[in-house]
Design a protein around this ligand. Sequence first.
Ligand code: PA5
Length: 444
Amino acid sequence: MGVKINTKHLAKFVKDFEFDAILPQVKQASDLLDSRKGPGNDFLGWIDLPVNYDKEEFARIKKAAKKIQSDSQVLIVIGIGGSYLGARAAVEAIKGTLYNSTCQNTPQIFYVGNSISPAYLNDVLKICEGKDISVNIISKSGTTTEPAVAFRIFRKLLEDKYGKDGAKQRIYATTDKARGTLKELSTEEGYETFVVPDDVGGRYSVLTAVGLLPIAAAGCDIDALMAGAAEAREQLAVCDENNDCCKYAAARNILYRKGKSVELMACYEPDYTMMNEWYKQLFGESEGKDQKGLMPTSVIFSTDLHSMGQFVQDGARIMFETVVDIKKPHSDLYIEKSAENFDGLNFLADKDMSYVNRKAMEGTILAHTDGGVPNIILEVDSLTEHDLGYLIYFYEKTCALSGYMLGVNPFDQPGVESYKKNMFALLGKPGYEAQKAELEAKLK
Ligand code: PA5
C-alpha cells in the first residue's frame, strides 16, 4: 500500500474547494518536473533511480557489505548532510534506534565527520580500540571539511593498525566518478570506490551507494528498499486528485499560505528519529530560499509531548503537524494484569502496548486540532525495507513538487556556502586573507 495521506483532521482548517483550487498548481509543478526543464533540472537523477541504477555497482555494494560483515566489528561511516543522514535514517528506522546494542552478525555503525567535535570523535576512537574496523568515507565533492578531517584521522588509524595494504582492503570511498580529492586519493591508494551520480544531489542520494552501502552492511535488504521506491515511482507518476504525494504537496502549500510557516513532523516511534532529521534536511535545504519556505521541524511523541507539547497545544499558532502513523511496529508488547493493581493501571491490562500508543496518538491529534493546529496524517504500513523505500520516494517527490510550487529551485543549496567561507577565513585557509581581518574585527 505504501503511504496514504489522511486529511480527515484537516477538514476544519482546509475546505475541499481549496484543494480543488490548488490542484492545477500542483499539476503545473508536476508537469515542470516531468518536462525536466525546471530549475535544477540537472539534478533529477533521483526520479528514475529506483529502476535506473547501475546494477553492476549494486552487486558490488552487496559484496562489499558482506565483506564488511565478515571482517569488521565496527563500520565507521564518514559523511555529513546528504552524505550521512539517509544511511543513518534508514538503518535506524529498519533495525531500530538501538541498532548498535542489538546487532549480532553485523557491525556496529558509528557516524563521524558530521560535526567538528573532538570529544565525540575521541569517544568513537575509544570504542574502536581492540576492534576490527572498516571505513566508508562518503563525500560527493570530496572536499567537505568535516568528513575530510575525520577521514584523515581514521585513515591513519587503519594504516597504523593494518599497514597500508591492509588498510586499503578496509576503506571504501563513495564519491564523484571522476573528480575531486577523494577520487584522486582513492585511485592512487587503490580503495574500492562507489559513485555518487552527477545528477543526484546529496539530500536525494540515499538510494545510491551513499546510503546503500551502510544500509546493506547493517543487514538490511536493499533489494526490497529499491522495490518499495520503484513501486512509489510508478504509483505517484501521474499527478491527479488520487495521487497522495500531490495531495500532500497541496495541503502543505495551502497551510503555508494561511500563515502556517512551520511543519512539525511527528511520529510515535523513536526509531523514526533519524528519518525526521533526514526529512528536515530534505525539505529545509530544498524549500528554504529566497526568503520563502516552510520551516521543517520534528518531534517524537509521546516523548516530546512532555517537552514541546505545551507549545504545540497552546503557543504561537504558526504551525501545522504532519503525523507519521506507523500502522505496525517492528514488535509489540503485551501488558499483563497485576493482581494488586498497585499503580492503578489495570485499565491498560490485556492490551498490546501499540494499542496504548495509538490511543495516545489519537487523543493528541484531537487535542492539537482543538488547539488550532491543523493535522495531516501520513499512514505508513510499517518500517520494513519495502515500506521505507516507498516513503523515501514519497517524501522526495513531495519535496520537489513543493519547491516548484513555491517558485524556488528545490535542488540547489547556495545558502550553505556562507558559513564555510567565514569558517575558512577565520581558520586562515590560503586565499581568504582579506575576509579574515574583516571577520575578526566583527568578532571583537
Ligand atoms: O545535500 C547536500 O548537497 C549537502 O548536504 C551535502 O550532502 C553535504 O554538504 C556533504 O557534501 P559532500 O558529499 O560533497 O561532502
